[in-house]
Unconditional design. Structure first.
Length: 644
């Protein structure tokens, strides 16, 4: 009720009007009764006074006809008074009654008021004794206009003051309710946000009643944030235990191969270089130096590799086994130079000098459109030559991209394909554990040359990003998805890059397209890459707020090893997250990985989000995900029909 000041003010006004109306009626009835009694008493007093004066007439003024003298005296009294009616009635029937009457004076009180509250004053009666004249009775009725007008003035003034009081009190109640509403609106919004699973704090309002409530809700929000942060930290720890080497902090073989597969399987792009670093005779070194010194040696090598990872975008490293470490570079042509730099840096490392050992370095350059196993086999062959020749060995697979195109040619090809409508959507089902469709994941494919094949995004997306074409790419994908949803009524998900969200007017343009096709918009999900900082979360929040009124769901894809970011994503209004396959690969056989996956799903659900697994290629891993709490999955394993 307080949430609607107008309704509260109307209710107060109705109660006050009912109360004042009842009081006015009671006042009118009481005043009418008092005035009627007073007028009746006045009539009686005047009739008695006139009777006394008339009784003295025969003795004071002897006349030939005492009855005529009395009538003349009564007529003079009537003329000099404001009486309404005077009647002289002989009691012995000796003659007809004599009546003096004048019309009622005009009244200020309206006719309806006189009909509703009339002044009913009884006439006054007095007897005239026989004194040489026939006995008679005197009836007298005074004018009622003054009394009726007085009653009208009383009721009118009371009604005016009562109405003014009702208006004043109603306005005061409305203003107080409005102020209260403005004060508690943030607290109500905070409670609704908690109901929706969003953790927001509000400024403490001025009213004491709300101040205590706001303090309590803010404390609850901070406590929940602490719980989620603690849970996210535990999940991150489990992730590190499941996917990172405890000695070097590098990804284990399984995680490294997952990253390598995504990099080297692409049919185009700038190519990849893979370097292997091996510590010869690690077991004997471990026996000679001890575990701690050997671990420091491995950690020093890992720190050097992580320096390249931090400074070279797209580079990643890993520990393949006890003695072998690997570094993947995102471009070809730098393998030999990087290997020489590594060798120089390792030679200067105190841990290696003290251990009296050298690290073998080998690799393969120009990797593209191949498999991780083939890439590792080529690198192992180079490592074998490095062991035999005691020097760096770098092989070259060959650059399959074709450098002649150049960045400008790529940009022109992509822009022309988008402008000419040479684009289509792929469709990969995302299913729940019962096999029901959650949505179709629809990556965009572009026909780079007229009549040629439609290329997957890994072939051209990096170049589109470099050419700042991502907003156009994402809008084309959105238009195709809306048309497809409108055509068959099936839910779909498309991708939107964070760079697109940051582009001017992109979020508004998407909103215009959604407004133009509201039925299809209700079937659409828009997915973004996981944000890396607060700015990314702010972009997601702005986009989710703009698109949610049309029924669009917002998701985050390729969730990587940063569970601490999940609360920020939840506050941004995200509906679901897709966990990267490389963090789930091998979950069926790895107990530590299962513990991490289960904790991650619990954290995601605790934040009110849905947990989806992407790129699952093993039916055993797919079957293992359902008991761990995942809500859906996509990937080649779904085609195998793995049982829930």
């Amino acid at each position: 009720m307080i949430g609607r000041p107008g309704r509260l003010a109307g209710l107060v006004a109705a109660v006050l009007l009912l109360t004042m109306g009842s009081s006015l009626m009671l006042l009118g009835l009481g005043a009418r009764q008092a005035l009627s009694v007073a007028e009746t008493r006045r009539n009686q007093d005047r009739a008695s006074a006139w009777a006394e004066r008339l009784s003295a007439l025969p003795a004071q003024s002897p006349a030939a006809d005492p009855a005529s003298a009395r009538a003349q005296a009564l007529a003079r009294l009537f003329d000099d008074s404001d009486a309404l009616l005077v009647r002289l009635q002989p009691t012995d029937g000796s003659g007809p009654p004599q009546t003096w009457q004048r019309p009622e004076a005009a009244m200020r009180a309206p006719r309806w008021f006189r009909a509703l509250l009339p002044i009913d004053a009884a006439p006054g009666w007095a007897g005239l004794p026989r004194d040489g004249i026939a006995a008679a009775t005197l009836q007298l009725l005074d004018r009622r206009a003054a009394a009726q007008d007085a009653l009208w003035d009383l009721c009118r003034d009371f009604a005016a003051w009562a109405l003014a009081l009702v208006v004043t009190l109603t306005a005061a109640v409305w203003a107080a309710a409005r102020a209260w509403q403005q004060a508690y609106a943030p607290v109500l919004a905070q409670a609704q946000a908690l109901e929706q699973g969003r953790l927001v704090e509000v400024d403490v309002p001025a009213p004491a009643e709300l101040r205590l409530l706001a303090h309590s809700l803010n404390r609850a929000v901070r406590r929940l944030r602490g719980v989620f942060a603690q849970q996210a930290g535990q999940v991150a720890l489990l992730e590190r235990q499941a996917q990172l080497d405890s000695v070097t902090g590098l990804p284990l073989r399984r995680g490294f191969l997952g990253l390598l597969q995504r990099r080297v399987a692409a049919p185009g792009g700038p190519g990849t270089a893979l370097l292997l670093l091996q510590v010869p005779q690690l077991e004997s070194l471990n026996q000679r130096l001890g575990h701690e010194a050997t671990d420091r040696l491995l950690s020093a090598i890992a720190d050097l590799l992580l320096t390249y990872v931090d400074r070279v975008p797209g580079a990643f490293a890993g520990r393949l086994n006890g003695s072998d470490l690997a570094l993947c570079l995102p471009v070809s042509g730098l393998a030999a130079e990087t290997a020489e730099s590594l060798r120089t840096a390792l030679a200067a490392a105190p841990a290696l000098r003290n251990a009296g050992t050298e690290v073998l370095i080998a690799g393969v350059d120009g990797l593209t459109q191949t498999s991780p196993s083939a890439a590792l086999a080529a690198a192992d062959a180079a490592l074998a030559r490095a062991q035999a020749d005691d020097r760096i060995a770098i092989d070259t697979q060959g650059d399959l991209v074709g450098a002649a195109a150049g960045a400008r040619a790529w940009r022109e090809q992509i822009a022309a394909a988008l402008a000419e409508g040479r684009a289509q959507l792929g469709e990969f089902p995302v299913l729940d554990r019962a096999g029901r469709l959650i949505h179709l994941e629809c990556p965009l494919r572009v026909q780079l040359s007229a009549g040629g094949p439609f290329e997957a995004a890994r072939r051209w997306l990096a170049l589109a990003r470099r050419s700042r074409l991502l907003p156009q790419v994402d809008l084309v994908a959105l238009d195709l998805a809306l048309a497809a949803c409108h055509g068959d009524g099936r839910p779909r998900a498309v991708h939107a890059a964070l760079a697109s969200l940051a582009a001017p007017e992109f979020i508004a343009e998407v909103g215009q397209r959604l407004a133009a096709s509201p039925r299809a918009a209700g079937l659409l999900s828009i997915e973004c890459l996981q944000g890396a900082n607060g700015t990314d979360a702010a972009l997601l929040a702005r986009a989710a707020a703009a698109w949610r009124p049309w029924g669009v769901k917002v998701g985050v894809e390729h969730l990587s090893g940063s569970p601490q970011q999940l609360p920020a994503l939840q506050n941004a209004g995200v509906d679901y997250v897709k966990v990267d396959a490389r963090h789930l690969r091998g979950v069926a056989a790895d107990a530590a990985l299962r513990g991490y996956a289960q904790s991650l799903a619990a954290l995601i659900h605790g934040l009110g989000l849905a947990a989806l697994a992407e790129g699952i290629d093993d039916a055993r891993d797919l079957a293992a995900l359902w008991p761990l709490g995942f809500d859906g999955a996509t990937g080649p394993a779904l085609a195998a029909g793995a049982p829930p």
